[in-house]
Design a binder for this molecule. Structure first.
Ligand code: PLP
Length: 356
């Protein structure tokens, strides 16, 4: 069965091999006669799936025992809420670096809950650390490693020692190695690089997870989930299982270094074509360009609709840019194979030829 060339920003393409494995297991998981989605999260079969997934992720990222690894529901955006609630007390200062729409949304939520400050504000680049307006007494500094909508990415993480560094890695998690020890908390939703939507992985330093106080929510507390191995209530078992398959798939490909190499090759093919072209344009400065979220526009906006229609006809899907910024976006997550990128490059080169 032919698979579409799918450049969706999320939920996004998963590797065909992983989809085939899910299909193989769907009605009968390893001789149980039941699907993973039909069995108790407390069964030994599922507990084994769950702990193996955690183990594989710990291996991929070399996560030490100083960190909890949690598999939570609510996607990435629940973390916009849980982070300020857990890492700071009411009235305490927390700092956010605004680099685009996702970090802005995270800041807006934090402002409702704590004394949240913007350290720097930009939407098409990463403001240099020397310009950051730091605030004393802050409980953490928050960044978004890849701004999925504009296509801006940190290629070097800031060196912040004074406070825990918190990162929303939702759209580039597991697309490159990360030094976990440099962070207080790393989180990502699954639907971009490692599974279906609704699940988020949170890697959080144990000392940042106090027990909930009497008047605080038990559910929104990290230590609650850590103590119950992310099974305080029924987890998203099927998504967790798929995340485990993805972790194993990534390590079978050669691990995070290889994911990074692939990502760079995929995005470079597109950026090279865009930079050579008279029709396409990237508004992001090369040193901040994302290797997973490639955004571009047409010099002549009147052709936008035609490009999308012709792409669909050529079996190339989800190229439309986010509604907040328009233009086009190709998401090149782990599940997007090189041949899809080659098909896209060929299509947009051909489109330009025909329009000039
Ligand atoms: C997709 C995305 C989110 C939102 O994820 P949800 O699972 O829909 O809450 C947050 N941050 C970034 C950087 C994203 O790419």
């Amino acid at each position: 069965m032919p698979r579409a060339h799918n450049f969706s920003a999320g939920p996004a393409a998963l590797p065909t091999e992983v989809m085939a494995e899910i299909q193989h297991d769907l009605l009968d998981y390893r001789g149980t006669g039941m699907s993973v989605m039909e069995i108790s999260h407390r069964s030994s079969t599922f507990m084994d799936i769950a702990s193996r997934a955690e183990h594989s992720l710990r291996q991929l990222l070399c996560i030490s025992n100083d960190y909890h690894v949690l598999f939570l529901q609510g996607g990435a955006r629940l973390q916009f809420t849980m982070i300020p609630l857990n890492l700071a007390a009411p009235g305490e200062v927390v700092e956010y670096v605004e680099t685009g729409i996702w970090s802005q949304k995270a800041l807006r939520e934090a402002e409702r809950l704590r004394d949240a400050k913007s350290v720097a504000s930009a939407h098409d680049h990463i403001p240099s650390e020397s310009t950051w307006r730091r605030h004393s007494g802050s409980k953490y500094l928050y960044i978004t490693s890849n701004e999925t909508i504009s296509g801006v990415q940190y290629h070097e993480f800031p060196s912040v020692d004074s406070v825990p560094l918190v990162v929303d890695a939702s759209s580039d998690f597991l697309t490159r190695p990360m030094e976990v020890d440099r962070f207080g908390l790393i989180y990502a939703c699954a639907q971009k690089n490692f599974g279906p939507s609704g699940l988020a992985t949170v890697i959080v330093r144990k000392d940042l997870c106090p027990e909930p106080l009497e008047h605080e929510s038990e559910y929104l507390n990290y230590s609650t989930h850590a103590k119950s191995t992310s099974m305080f209530n029924t987890p998203n078992t099927f998504a967790w299982y798929i995340a485990g398959l993805m972790f194993d798939w990534i390590s079978a490909q050669g691990g995070l270094k290889e994911m990074q190499t692939q990502c760079q090759l995929k995005s470079q093919k597109l950026y090279d074509l865009i930079d050579r072209s008279a029709l396409y344009r990237s508004v992001i400065e090369p040193r901040f360009r994302s290797s997973v979220s490639v955004t571009f526009t047409l010099v002549d906006d009147a052709l936008n609709r035609r490009l999308l229609d012709e792409a669909e006809n050529a079996g190339i899907h989800h190229l439309k840019g986010h509604r907040a910024v328009g233009g086009f976006r190709a998401s090149l997550y782990n599940g997007v194979p090189m041949q899809a990128v080659d098909a896209l490059v060929e299509f947009i080169a051909d489109f330009e030829q025909r329009k000039s």
